[in-house]
Design a protein around this ligand. Structure first.
Ligand code: DP6
Length: 386
């Protein structure tokens, strides 16, 4: 590994990145909080915007309470995000009243999931039962775009709850403590959400080459990343915007007893090691090889599960072939990754944007649902909006 960065400009964000400085593992008991004084009358409003993220090394398979079977690595996006706002006040009745709105409207289906989540994490925020809450959440991307919103929504909510704790209890003053708890809490809602709390390349899961890494929460990759990868572009080719037939939750469960589970863990370790080196050295060949291998392995694991399933569409395969041919012809740094769905994330550097845009326009758009392509790129991480 090369030298650690100490706060520099990353991804064109023009801000000092936040990097955890702790090198010792933090256990869940560090995240406990306390009640607030009953005489304290409280009210206020908190809001956070948090991005979705795209994994390059895939989290696939979990055990216990949202523990990953392998370490994963992702970067946060810029244009695909959730904004969540919490209005809070001292409770008026014996029982606290918590309500959830999606895009300004009551949504009982989402509400029951959010209330169950608040109940599950109440040990870490005991003061929630002293407050009435109105939570309102909205996404920057259309519900039908086929972009998973669990990472951005759970991280935005977790960040709001940590800000609430800081305002009422004052126990999350230090950025390390604040972001680590937010990541831990987000993970309990959705595994991949814990990576959305940080900006730049982010790792979740124990990995022996990164002493600060943990299964409990994500950490920012704290080594200098080569400029080729620090402003990475992501054009999301929407092959289908329909809801997928098999949820990620069910897919993770099919990794229990999967015949290739052990080999997958070994593969992810090797790929992580290669990718971390490639990110520092600017090794685009290795980057392409690892990232496409991870995407195809993810889908191969689904196809070899019992029962088997596949989320890829005929147009996904056509697009993947075209990307490979385009790379061979132009010899530029361009590759794909896939989420748990048929849509293709086309990754490339900022310097090749004009050429890649032409390729998308002329050769790929025709294979997208309603010609939909969402232009995105590495973003600047979450931000507080109120
Ligand atoms: C393929 O984080 O959505 O996107 O923890 O059950 O909420 P839960 O799963 P989720 O799984 C994401 C899987 C993936 C790969 C990744 O993001 O690493």
């Amino acid at each position: 590994m090369q030298s650690r960065k100490t706060g520099h400009t990353d991804g064109g964000c023009n801000k000092n990145s936040y990097f955890c400085t702790k090198l010792t593992a933090v256990s869940p008991k560090h995240f406990l909080s306390s009640l607030i004084s009953e005489t304290q009358k409280m009210s206020g409003r908190i809001g956070w915007q948090s991005p979705s993220n795209i994994a390059l090394i895939k989290y696939w398979g979990k055990y216990g309470q949202q523990m990953p079977t392998n370490a994963s690595l992702s970067f946060g996006l810029s244009n695909a995000f959730t904004q969540t706002e919490i209005e809070y006040s001292s409770k008026e009745n014996e029982n606290a009243n918590h309500r959830f709105f999606f895009e300004g409207k009551e949504n009982k289906n989402f509400e029951s999931k959010v209330l169950k989540y608040l109940e599950d994490i109440s040990i870490y925020f005991p003061f929630l039962k002293q407050l009435d809450l109105k939570i309102d959440s909205r996404n920057s991307f259309p519900h039908s775009a086929g972009i998973a919103s669990s990472a951005s929504s759970m991280s935005a909510l977790a960040l709001c709850l940590c800000s609430l704790e800081q305002e009422l209890v004052g126990s999350l003053q230090e950025p390390d403590a604040f972001y680590t708890k937010a990541s831990f809490i987000a993970r309990l809602g959705s595994g991949s959400a814990c990576r959305s709390v940080f900006h730049g390349y982010t790792v979740w899961g124990d990995f022996n080459e990164l002493i600060e890494s943990s299964n409990e929460y994500a950490v920012p990759f704290s080594y200098e990343v080569h400029p080729l990868f620090s402003q990475i572009q992501d054009s999301i080719l929407i092959v289908s915007s329909e809801e997928k037939l098999v949820s990620s939750r069910a897919g993770h469960a099919l990794m229990d007893g999967h015949p290739f589970a052990e080999a997958r863990i070994a593969q992810s370790k090797q790929n992580m090691s290669w990718l971390l080196a490639a990110l520092q050295q600017g090794d685009t060949d290795r980057f392409v090889e690892v990232v496409e291998n991870e995407a195809m392995s993810l889908h191969a694991l689904m196809m070899s599960s019992k029962p088997w399933y596949s989320l890829l569409h005929a147009n996904t395969w056509i697009i993947l072939e075209k990307i490979r041919n385009f790379r061979e012809k132009t010899e530029i740094f361009v590759c794909f990754t896939l989420d748990a769905g048929p849509n293709v994330h086309l990754l490339y550097s900022l310097e090749d944007k004009i050429l890649v845009d032409q390729f998308v326009e002329n050769e790929l758009k025709a294979y997208c649902d309603n010609q939909q392509v969402i232009e995105d790129k590495m973003g600047c991480g979450p931000k507080r909006i109120f």
